[in-house]
Design a protein. Structure first.
Length: 444
């Protein structure tokens, strides 16, 4: 563990060293203000999360239980974002990513896993992978024009309020869908999985959170509509994709409206999805002793659901958000996490009042629940790819998370994070537990 932390902080220091020597803003800020279009750009990020928890009450445990003894784990990611404009309206992006580390309890035993930087890819050794490789094509149809600043996977230029955008290739569905200004990015905001997006949306992805597919977006003044179709993994929460896309694919449709209330901006998003894969059925799995979801897998199974996602600025330094999501809960969780209903809400306050306008303090509450058939399966001793205590005294899994993020320099933030979890894995016999974290994030 100590060696792992040394390697992660060394890699982060190497990235930050040239940034700390900058006495003036980086050229990308100048480009955004003085040139109409960037031909290419290069950005990067590195994030270290050290997370741990103490011992808690646990009268029993199963093969997928969150371990009740004290533990500490470290995760590290570093990403290079490369962008190029090959023609008018076209943008090509390639992201290479280094990752290493493990999550607490091997990312098992909680529906709302506590570190969104770590999926179920546990390795103390650095691994290089292709995170994203996609083409974005935009067609402008007039309307008002707004500046686009240089950023990760975003070339500086201008965009029209009337436009159509096609994104195709390898990326995360959360890059396009289910955005939220206050709860979306575990590298800078809340760490918990259930706060990255609408938790009951079992969004198509491999174990690292990426997939292949396309998304088509239409923007028209205050309205936006999006549709996407994506590949599903061949097995639940695995890296390999099912290439028989006629029977294994996930679709998502989202409608967004921008508004102002009392002069403060806000957005409402409504999302619907349908996933098709060789999933198992919870009711059928109860015929086995002990219940076994894998034995019931069959092609052509469908999981569907919906979500409502809102964000609203209350004043210049204070904003709030809320999400509610639901899925039918009949078939096994396939790609994200074992949540069938979820409600989350929270607040974000910047530090202007105490002279730290770049700092953030945020708090959020989440309540996760199961469908009846999913609960019956776990109660009878069944296991999914995340959960399985061997039995279940069912209750809502409730999570309270708060963090304070300090701007430690132009390109560096340090965050302290705390999470309290009641009824982990929906089991009131276990817990509650406390999880604490320190996050160091650098970007350029």
């Amino acid at each position: 563990m100590v060696l792992m932390m040394k390697r992660c902080f060394f890699a982060l220091a190497c990235l930050c060293a040239p940034l700390a020597s900058q006495e003036t803003p980086l050229p990308i800020q100048k480009n955004a203000a003085t040139q109409s279009e960037e031909t290419w750009n290069l950005h990067g990020q590195a994030t270290v999360v050290v997370q741990g928890h103490g011992a808690f009450d646990s009268p029993y445990s199963g093969r997928n239980s969150f371990q009740s003894r004290k533990e500490t784990r470290t995760s590290f990611t570093s990403t290079l974002f490369m962008g190029w404009r090959p023609w008018k309206g076209g943008e090509l992006y390639v992201n290479s990513e280094l990752s290493a580390g493990t999550g607490v309890s091997q990312v098992l035993g909680l529906a709302g896993a506590p570190n969104g930087e770590i999926y179920r890819v546990d390795s103390p050794k650095l691994k290089l992978s292709l995170a994203r490789f996609f083409l974005r094509q935009s067609w402008d149809f007039g309307g008002s024009s707004s500046k686009v600043v240089s950023d990760q996977n975003q070339l500086a230029g201008a965009s029209s309020s009337h436009r159509v955008v096609l994104t195709a290739g390898r990326f995360s569905t959360l890059d396009v869908f289910d955005a939220n200004a206050y709860a979306h990015d575990p590298r800078t905001q809340f760490l918990n999985w259930a706060l990255m997006g609408s938790a009951a949306w079992d969004y198509p992805a491999d174990t690292r959170g990426y997939t292949w597919g396309f998304a088509l977006e239409c923007y028209w003044d205050q309205w936006a509509a999006r549709f996407g179709s994506f590949m599903e993994p061949k097995e639940a929460n695995q890296l390999e994709f099912d290439h028989q896309v006629s029977r294994a694919h996930g679709e998502v449709l989202e409608l967004e409206h921008d508004h102002q209330i009392g002069g403060q901006v806000g957005k409402v998003r409504i999302l619907a999805f349908a996933n098709h894969a060789r999933m198992g059925n919870y009711r059928q799995a109860l015929a086995f002793s002990p219940p076994e979801i894998v034995a019931t897998r069959a092609p052509g199974r469908t999981k569907y659901g919906w979500a409502i996602n809102t964000e609203q600025a209350l004043m210049a330094d204070l904003g709030t958000f809320a999400r509610f999501s639901w899925n039918d809960g009949a078939t096994e969780t396939w790609a994200f996490t074992e949540i069938d209903r979820s409600l989350s809400m929270g607040l974000q306050l910047t530090g202007t009042a105490w002279g730290r306008k770049a700092d953030q303090v945020s708090i959020a509450f989440v309540a996760n629940n199961l469908s009846q058939s999913h609960a019956d399966y776990l109660r009878a001793g069944g296991s999914g790819f995340l959960l399985g205590d061997g039995r279940l005294a069912e209750s809502s899994e409730r999570i309270l998370e708060a963090y304070y993020s300090v701007q430690a320099g132009t390109h560096l933030t340090l965050s302290l994070d705390a999470q309290r979890v009641w009824s982990p894995a929906y089991n009131r016999d276990r817990g509650p537990l406390n999880v604490f974290a320190m996050r160091l994030h650098a970007s350029f």
